[in-house]
Design a protein around this ligand. Structure first.
Ligand code: DUC
Ligand code: ZN
Ligand code: ZN
Length: 472
């Protein structure tokens, strides 16, 4: 692979913004600094453009079976969409669908092989017995250093508190990190049963049966278990002000706890569920209120929350009508499955491509976040927390040359026409964005050039992660 010198760009890292050249050799960053000389290198003039480390999305669900259908982006289409949005690494979830972790991971590896950007996996820890406990440390041999547990989805995904506590002691001893989905499963089951019995079936009941207090109390419960086990814990998809309060409370007391939110929780509310097309906004946990949006923004700005992921798990709004994807008609059953019953609407939203562009405009453009905070939240922090740094999330000599040439002046009217997410809608339809990826490189190879796709299925590499990642 020939050398590339990106000259005169504005380098943005999690801690600095400066003008410099950046030299790429053999897919790695070879040097960063002013006035670099490389006579053999092709030169790309990046004057007026920003050079960012490729985004790291720590939370996606590709090709995930749910409610008799499947999330509509597979490991190729979802990672292609990620690349168009400036994300060059994604972390997907392995469902514990087989008797052993090994079998579950092997089956997932086959599905994930067609990824077009680099990828890693979290393991869903949705059973906990002697066999699972005995096999847990071997996840490290499979390159997996993180497990996700749930305090909701009774009789399916949920673990009881005792099992979460035991698992925390094990993840601590193995240098692993536990992720936690915080909602109150018992309360949800009861409220859903009552709602259906009373004929309440519209999308807004999805949120009304999954109350914010359940997220708040189970977040605090999980932090207490983490403190008692002296084990690190990462709270996924924070959606309520109360979770930010609990995370702040726990971190002020020195607990090893961290948190992630997602764009949908920064921008949308239960009012969106009351729209005629409200099913588009159904995800779990649900979108909440304007006050929750505000507190989550504060949590990002003041450092209480460490990352912005997406929980990308798209479904068609109307999966009976095909869309054209790469010139071919595709229709995958989606939200229409629950037209008459909110409990049958597949849970999840598209977002892997949208994350950087919408967060840039609404965060950096509005002055809520600095450009360095943007890089920290979307790339460097997830890379560090999940054991990928400094290979990913950094613009350092030796790092993978995953980078985004970002045009901070570019104005786009965003929406489904610009989106490569394989679904028939976009949550940000018609949004006027300022700042957009112009070119995206994966290990030194140009994979997105404006609106042109130069990547390929299978280009992505599986990232074998190392234990002992830092708590930020
Ligand atoms: N929530 C969703 O909305 N979709 C996928 C998984 C999850 O936790
Ligand atoms: Zn979850
Ligand atoms: Zn999720």
């Amino acid at each position: 692979m020939s050398a590339l010198l990106i000259s005169n760009g504005t380098i943005v890292t999690d801690s600095a913004v400066f003008t410099a050249d950046l030299l790429i050799r053999q897919g790695k960053i070879a040097a960063v600094g002013p006035g670099l000389q490389a006579p053999d290198a092709e030169v790309l003039d990046a004057s007026g453009k920003l050079v960012l480390p490729g985004g790291v999305d720590p939370h996606v669900h590709l090709d995930l079976p749910m409610f008799g259908t499947v999330s509509s982006d597979d490991h190729y289409t979802g990672t292609k969409a990620a690349a168009f949005g400036g994300t060059t690494t994604v972390i997907d979830f392995v469902s514990l669908d087989f008797p052993t972790f090994r079998q579950s991971v092997d089956a997932w590896r086959v599905k994930a092989e067609k990824a077009a950007v680099d990828y890693a996996a979290h393991m869903n820890l949705t059973r906990f017995d002697d066999a699972v406990a005995a096999e847990l440390p071997s996840l490290l041999e499979m390159g997996i250093t993180t497990v996700k547990t749930f305090t909701a989805y009774n009789n399916r995904l949920r673990l009881d508190d005792g099992s979460i506590f035991k698992a925390l002691r094990m993840t601590r001893d193995c240098g692993m990190l536990m992720l936690l989905h915080a909602e109150n499963g018992d309360v949800i089951e009861l409220l859903v049963t009552e709602a259906l019995a009373s004929g309440c079936r519209t999308p807004e009941w999805h949120a009304r049966t999954r109350p914010a207090w359940g997220a708040v109390e189970s977040a605090l419960r999980a932090f207490a278990l983490s403190a008692t086990a002296d084990a690190p814990l990462y709270l996924v998809h924070m959606n309520t002000a109360g979770e930010v309060d609990m995370l702040q409370y726990a971190r002020e007391r020195g607990l090893k706890v961290m948190g992630e939110t997602c764009p949908q929780y920064l921008f949308f509310t239960e009012d969106d569920l009351r729209r005629p097309d409200g099913a588009k906004w159904i995800c779990s946990p649900p979108v909440r209120s304007a006050a929750d949006n505000t507190r989550l923004w504060q949590g990002l700005a003041n450092g209480t929350i460490q990352t912005v992921g997406t929980d990308h798990c798209p479904f068609f709004f109307d999966g009976t009508k095909p869309i054209l994807y790469e010139g071919k008609p595709v229709a995958i059953p989606g939200k229409e499955l629950g037209r008459d019953d909110f409990t049958k609407i597949p849970n999840g939203l598209p977002g892997v491509q949208d994350r950087l562009p919408v967060l840039w405009t609404a965060g950096v453009g509005s002055g809520k976040l600095t450009a360095q905070q943007f890089v920290a939240l979307t790339s460097t922090n997830p890379a560090k927390i999940f054991g990928l740094y400094p290979r990913k999330g950094a613009l350092l000599p030796g790092s993978d040359a995953d980078l985004v040439l970002w045009d901070p002046q570019k104005k786009v009217k965003y929406g489904v026409a610009l989106s490569h997410q394989r679904t028939d809608y976009n949550l940000y339809e018609g949004w006027e964005l300022t700042g957009y990826p112009e070119k995206v490189f994966l290990r030194g190879r140009l994979i997105v050039d404006g609106e042109t796709w130069l990547g390929k299925a299978g280009m992505g590499e599986f990232l074998h992660r190392q234990p002992g990642a830092p708590v930020l």
